[in-house]
Design a protein around this ligand. Structure first.
Ligand code: F6R
Length: 239
């Protein structure tokens, strides 16, 4: 495990973007596992900036996103597909057909989960997985539970996750109650995992995840077992 303390959010975003950029420059056909939420926005901005300066070429890159809300189509501004398009994909030279997000309005969600698992295999697995973490330790939408869910699955979101995500919606009732999430096994099979944490309020859960017991009650704790984990954090306290 490599732990890097960033001085602030801009520094964190640049450092993480440097790692993603190096991955793509060294391996232009990389498969990137991507995340949504507040944490990665600065990274995507930085990568777009370097793309505009001709420093990075995404034309051969494939992406697979961690999750999507059930019930939201890709045209819905609250969907994760829309988030990825507007915050990243629309601004770079990626082939959109190689960008993958679970389909939240698939007629059969179980079949969609199976399709997504197959897809991750078909693209050869994830080379570099970008992860944020929830206040309750969730990664992707793998919520605290009695056991780790291995593969892509439908998940009922925890009240605390719904509460945390209501900031993106007009009112809390609009936050979907379920999502499709890549499973823990798929995340752990990524060849490199890059975890980013950028708020002081997440310091305790980050510490618990990295140094506490490995337990499905703190999904992020499984990351301790990954052989190539990089953590970049920007918090007042030092790990
Ligand atoms: C997003 C995802 C989530 C977020 C986590 C942190 O695709 O899978 O696990 O990474 O909820 O979200 P932010 O960055 O908004 O604090």
């Amino acid at each position: 495990m490599k732990i890097i303390k960033a001085t602030d959010y801009d520094d964190l975003s640049r450092k993480a973007a440097n790692i993603i950029s190096a991955q793509v420059i060294l391996h232009p056909r990389s498969v990137l596992g991507l995340a949504t939420g507040s944490s990665p926005i600065g990274i995507y901005k930085q990568l777009i900036d370097w793309y505009n300066k001709n420093d990075i070429d995404f034309s051969q890159v494939t992406t697979v996103n961690l999750d999507e809300y059930v019930g939201l189509s890709g045209n819905d501004p609250q969907s994760y597909r829309y988030f990825m398009d507007t915050n990243f994909f629309n601004h770079i030279n990626i082939d959109k057909s190689k960008t993958h997000v679970p389909n939240g309005v698939a007629p059969n969600i179980n079949e969609e989960c199976a399709r997504y698992n197959d897809l991750i295999q078909q693209v050869g697995g994830v080379d570099l997985q970008l992860l944020g973490i929830g206040l309750n330790g969730h990664i992707g939408f793998n919520e605290p539970d009695k056991e780790f869910e291995k593969l892509t699955h439908m998940v009922e979101l925890n009240p605390s996750t719904i509460e945390a995500n209501k900031r993106f919606f007009d009112k809390i009732e609009d936050v979907p109650k379920s999502a499709i999430s890549m499973g823990i096994k798929s995340i752990m099979q990524a060849r490199h995992i890059l975890l980013i944490v950028n708020t002081d309020e997440k310091y305790e859960i980050l510490k618990e995840s990295l140094f506490g017991p490995v337990t499905p009650h703190v999904p992020g704790s499984i990351l301790q077992l990954h052989s190539n984990l990089t953590v970049i954090y920007s918090c007042n306290k030092t790990l």
